[in-house]
Structure formats: C-alpha cells, structure tokens
Design a binder for this molecule. Structure first.
Ligand code: NAD
Ligand code: LMR
Length: 346
C-alpha cells in the first residue's frame, strides 16, 4: 500500500466516527521539548488526535502552562505538564507508549544541522537515558537535529542500558516526504494528497534523497535537467528556505509539528492493529549497512511492535543513483560521529 505521509490527518470529529470507541486502545504519548516552536503546535495536534488518550508534556521551561492551555481543548486526551523539579521527567515518561522528542536548539542562518551537534547530542542522550530507565518499551520518535546522528546516539544509550529494540526507534523524516509532496504537486498541478514521493537516506542536505521517479503520474511532469535539479535541491534544502525566511528566529516548526503528528498518528494506528500502515522513517537498517550507513530512511511497514518490514528502495533512475551515492558517505560519517560521541561521553 502507498505511503500515507502526504494524506491529510484523519483527525477530529469527522474522522473519529471511523473508529468505534471499543476499537480505541489507551495510548499514552509523551512530548519532550513540548514548550518549543515544534513542541507547542505538536502538542495541540496530538491533543486533537482521537487515538491519543493521555498526553504528557515535558520541557525545561513552561510545560505546565502549555499543558494547562492545551488541556482545555475538548477532546478526550488527558493532558498534564511536567517540569524538571520533583522527578518531572520520570513522571512524564512513566507509562508512555510513544515518546516524541523535539527538544534542542534549532538552526540560525548560515548553520548546518551538524552545527547543532554539540548542544543537542547531550540533550538527547540525557532524555534517552531516563527513557531507557523508565519507559524502555516505548516507541522513540526523534525530531531533534542532527537526526542523522541523534538517532544513533539514542540507540547507543539504549544498548548500554541493555534495552535497545531497533524496531521502536525512529528518526522522523516525514517533513521531507511532506515537502516533496507539496513541491511536486505544485509543479504537476495535482492535489498534494495524490502525490506521494518516497524520500530516502537521511535528514540533511545531500543525505535527503527524493525518489521522484516513484511518484506515480506526477513523475512525468518534471522535465529532466534544470527543472529536475531545482526540485531536488528544493527538497534537500527546504529546511534552509525556512531558516532563511525566519531570519534568525529558528527553523521549521509548524510544518514539522504537522509532519510529526502525521507520523505519530500512523504509528498509533499500526500499534492499534491497523494493517498496511507504511511511512518513510530513518531506522536501523540492513539496506546500506555494508557501506557504513547502519541507519537509513526508507519506506517501512509499521505494526503492533513498531517497524515490521524495511522496504528496499526499488527501481531508481541514474540521477537517483547518483544522489544515493552522494548521500551514503555523508550518512556514514554522521552516524559514526554520534556513535563515537556516546562512547566518549557516556
Ligand atoms: P525551540 O528552541 O523552539 O524548542 C526547543 C525546546 O526544547 C525548548 O522549549 C527548550 O526549552 C526545550 N529543551 C531544551 N533542552 C531540553 C531538555 N533537556 N529537556 C526538555 N526540553 C528541552 O526549537 P524547535 O524549533 O522546536 O526545534 C527543536 C529541534 O527540532 C531542533 O533541534 C531542530 O533542528 C529540530 N527540527 C527537526 C526537524 C526534522 O525534520 N526532524 C524539523 C524541524 C526542526
Ligand atoms: C527542517 O528540515 O526544516 C529541519 O531539519 C530544521 C532545519 O534545521 O532545517
């Protein structure tokens, strides 16, 4: 079945009729970094997701305020805020089924995502340590950049704690799929929901590899040469477009919150037993392991226990092969940086 990322969220009152109340299993979602640019709109979108029954909002600042605000929305999810005082992080994580992490600093113009490594690596490591202790079986969704490195960091922390399950750790790359759908559908003159582009590799610059040849009827609307190259560049550097437009005030937050809510909703549906749920995600992967890319984003089938199947990228064009070849060495470097950093900074 097709990737779902480009489809609008099935949320709110209309969509809740799709589920009988007895089919809704209790699901507890924790957001770490909930008061930030991504965290606040993400918390709101999760509050609006009928599959979320409990919402735990943690941040080093303001989370009780954000939770008080969001909690007044008249949807079922019981919403609570937690501060670092009095073991707030542990309390927020106890009983969590899904943990979404957008904690960390965003880029300013002129920075790469890797420039965030020094600050965000330790934030993600410390949150992962507590999660490994308190909620080792929860699904971990990592948004904090640089995703190519922060996901391997979480894996190493979990391995060290003896609780690592590769099927439950995801780097959220849904925003790349969302952007590819938006940009290509604009060119093709089709509805975004009809244009689904798998995006594989990683989540930064040249590691982002859009497979425009696999976008169905929209594929043929892009002419080879300059138009194709511009579109690929826009998908690979869509984040920079937002960083530049925000002019020092941060990076994508609203589109990211949307993308993370879409991915979380897909995972919730899969965990609740829906079959055929497929999303692109950055996961520990056998696909390009022999080239050092031990983590790789590709379409994955999601099920009750998380990643059920990692799908190979399928037939690609010569141009896409070149993009992949440029992505792999950079990805390998980013992964090794995360792994060796944890070894040196346990
Ligand atoms: P922001 O600065 O607006 O928010 C970050 C939040 O994290 C703040 O509220 C801050 O208090 C909180 N925080 C910091 N340290 C924390 C800790 N130890 N525990 C809990 N919370 C903590 O930033 P933002 O715009 O929301 O971006 C957050 C991260 O997401 C950045 O690293 C950014 O690069 C990344 N990002 C990723 C994607 C993606 O596609 N994966 C997209 C956009 C942004
Ligand atoms: C994005 O793709 O928008 C995010 O990774 C944020 C950034 O730094 O560009």
């Amino acid at each position: 079945s097709a990737l779902r990322s480009a489809a609008p969220l099935r949320q709110g009152f209309a969509s809740s009729r799709l589920f009988s109340s007895s089919s809704i299993v209790n699901k507890n979602v924790a957001v770490l970094g909930a008061s930030g640019g991504i965290g606040q709109p993400l918390s709101l979108l999760l509050k609006n997701d009928p599959l979320v029954t409990e919402l735990r909002l943690f941040d080093v600042r303001l989370a009780p305020g954000v939770a008080a605000d969001v909690s007044h929305v008249n949807t079922p999810a019981i919403t609570t805020g937690f501060s670092p005082e009095n073991d707030g992080l542990k309390k927020a994580l106890t009983g969590a089924d899904i943990i979404v992490i957008p904690a960390g600093v965003p880029r300013k113009p002129g920075m790469t995502r890797d420039d965030l490594f020094n600050t965000n690596a330790s934030i993600v490591r410390d949150l992962a340590k507590t999660a490994a202790e308190v909620a080792p079986k929860a699904h971990m969704l990592i948004i904090s950049n640089p995703v190519n490195s922060t996901v391997p960091i979480v894996a190493e922390v979990y391995k060290k704690a003896g609780v690592y399950d590769a099927k439950r750790l995801y780097g959220v790359t849904t925003l790349d799929v969302t952007r590819a759908s938006t940009f290509l559908s604009g060119i093709a003159g089709l509805k975004p929901s009809e244009v689904i582009v798998p995006v594989v590799g990683g989540h930064s610059g040249v590691t982002i590899v859009p497979l425009l040849s696999q976008a169905g009827s929209a594929s043929s609307s892009v002419s080879a040469g300059e138009q194709y190259e511009k579109l690929v560049h826009r998908i690979q550097f869509g984040g920079d477009e937002v960083v530049k437009a925000k002019d020092g005030a941060g990076s994508a937050t609203l589109s990211m919150a949307y993308a993370a809510a879409v991915f979380t909703n897909s995972l919730l549906r899969a965990v609740n037993g829906e079959s055929g749920v497929k999303e692109c995600a950055y996961v520990e992967s056998p696909l390009y392991k022999d080239q050092g890319a031990t983590f790789f984003a590709s379409p994955v089938s999601l099920g009750k226990n998380g990643v059920e199947d990692i799908h190979p990228i399928g037939n690609i064009t010569g141009e896409e092969q070149k993009l992949l070849e440029a992505a792999l060495p950079e990805l390998k470097k980013n992964i090794e940086k995360g792994v060796s950093w944890v070894a040196e900074n346990p």
